[in-house]
Design a protein. Sequence first.
Length: 143
Amino acid sequence: MPPFQAGKLVGEGQDDVVTGVTRIGVDIHPKLRTELHLWLDERPNWPRADDNRTLFLNAKGGRLTARAAGGIIAAIAQTAGLDDPTTAHILRHTLATTLIRGKTDLVLVAEILDHARLETTHRYSLPSDKEKEDALKLITVDR
């Protein structure tokens, strides 16, 4: 199955009892598709690329682990001059919050995040302390 289908990155998930393989799809930003295509062009030049079907490889040609990916994310954040710790989870949270604050429909955000329950996504829509404070400033107070 090709790695890209209708704006999704498609790969194998955990084994399915009936079919043997579960296909999962992750929605990707259109600009990221170009970068992924560039990586797919470069990937065959990496060590052991033919031996490993994993999309992202480490320097030795093995599967890039979540821990190693986290190190890469942290290094990029540090290079960008970000003071706060940055992890994949924080990036996911930022994505959800940005979509919600941008007025994206909650059901659509839940779908993008692959949340089974809308209540899980709802927590990203809760107002921040600053938003509460700004809302209170809208109230006219007579003296």
